[in-house]
Design a protein around this ligand. Sequence first.
Ligand code: AMP
Length: 193
Amino acid sequence: MKRICVYCGSSPGRNPAYMEAANQLAKVMCARGIGLVYGGAAIGVMGAIADAVLAGGQEAIGVIPESLAVKEVAHQNLSELHIVSSMHERKAMMAELADGFIAMPGGWGTLEEIFEILTWAQLGFHEKPCALLNVEGYYNGLIDFLEESFEQQFVKQVCRPMLMHGHDPVDLLDRFTTYRAPKVRKWVEEDEL
Ligand code: AMP
């Protein structure tokens, strides 16, 4: 694994544990020689993960749309900063550059990003692992809801491994290295495969 894309809040969040978790995740990535791909901002949890990865000696690549470069305060000291023309281009480039995807605590932007990449996994557009880093239970409510999506048969059980979750970045990255994407075709029953 060369690079991981981390989606996370452009705000620091209320609990200082969110910013601290960015440092912890960055440490684990650096110890394994894994670089960062992210949204390119210098603020919130986004800024914290980039600073910590750079401090740990790994590359941090930012991808930010022109229209947000000022608003989100683009990070000025990244290994690479790609300024792109749209949100779609941003997400496509981040997806291309990374070997796996982790959502740390964040807001609607973070949720949209992890669910988009997850739906791309479900459709077989990529075979890279996705995870929620569940810092201090931030994602507990969402994880419960996702159970309901299996229970009510809107998401196939075979897709379950596509979204890991846990509070320990070491464990998540271990699971990333052994991940094999399930074979699934969204519109075909499992027993037909
Ligand atoms: P947030 O989690 O809302 O603080 O946003 C985290 C990141 O997601 C920021 O870099 C936002 O630019 C980005 N973002 C916000 N809304 C969207 C969206 N609709 N699609 C993609 N990225 C978004």
